[in-house]
Design a binder for this molecule. Structure first.
Ligand code: BG6
Ligand code: MG
Length: 219
């Protein structure tokens, strides 16, 4: 029986995935590195520092900067990103998410956040959904980020549930791999091609219906 849902944030609950892309794109331009939406798919779900490393690798610039300089670049991107999220309000919940969360609460299903983002708690407050969640996995506590299963395993542990009692929801390929490796039923939001490894995939958050998900997860 499903007793818990573990959500990714960026690109699932709200469209901050787009803001991450815009901020990285600006940084990549500054560094003279081409970054397009297709490359950006590989950055989704990946920590701030790892994302910077991937961008530098695209531009063959991995050796160009010291650790301190890399920290400064990552910080600069984050300051840029923080400006973009200033305007986030409850209206920025993606279509269908408010209803899905309400249905989950009605069924007494426990909720966890498993986001790689250190800005997660602030965004949850701005969206007005922080109080609905029972627990948030601290990304700073992780030895390994997505696609490693650690973050979703911790999410289940923090909910005091077994992984087979949970559903994980993701928009990133690395995130789906993480959920699958944790032994959790994976729900993917995105194109069929991108979400081909998800146990159940929808193309849009408006299609995330609790009854459909529970039917698939308990089949
Ligand atoms: C993930 C995003 O949720 O969080 C990534 O998908 C982002 O794009 C990562 O890099 C880390 O976020 P932050 O806010 O800590 O830089
Ligand atoms: Mg995401």
């Amino acid at each position: 029986m499903i007793k818990g849902f573990i959500f990714d944030l960026d690109g699932v609950l709200t469209d901050t995935a787009e803001y991450h892309y815009q901020a990285w794109k600006r940084m990549a331009n500054k560094l003279g590195i081409p970054l397009d939406r297709e490359m950006n798919e590989q950055l989704k779900g990946i920590s701030r520092m790892d994302s910077l490393e991937r961008i530098l690798a695209i531009g063959n610039q991995t050796e160009k900067y010291s650790v301190e300089e890399k920290e400064q670049l990552a910080n600069e991107k984050n300051e840029d990103y923080k400006k973009l999220i200033l305007s986030v309000t409850p209206n920025d919940l993606l279509p269908g998410i408010a209803d899905l969360l309400a249905d989950l609460k009605k069924e007494n299903i426990r909720l966890a956040l498993a986001s790689a983002s250190k800005n997660g708690p602030v965004i949850m407050e701005k969206l007005g959904i922080a109080d609905l969640f029972d627990t948030v996995v601290d990304p700073a506590s992780l030895a390994n980020g997505k696609p490693d299963p650690e973050i979703f395993i911790k999410g289940a542990e923090q909910l005091q549930l077994k992984t087979e009692e949970c559903v994980g929801v993701e928009d990133a390929q690395a995130g789906i791999e993480s959920i699958n490796a944790a032994g959790i039923f994976s729900v993917g939001v995105g194109t069929k091609e991108m979400m081909k490894n998800a146990d159940y995939a929808v193309s849009d958050t408006s299609e995330l219906k609790l009854s459909d998900i529970l039917k698939k997860a308990t089949n």
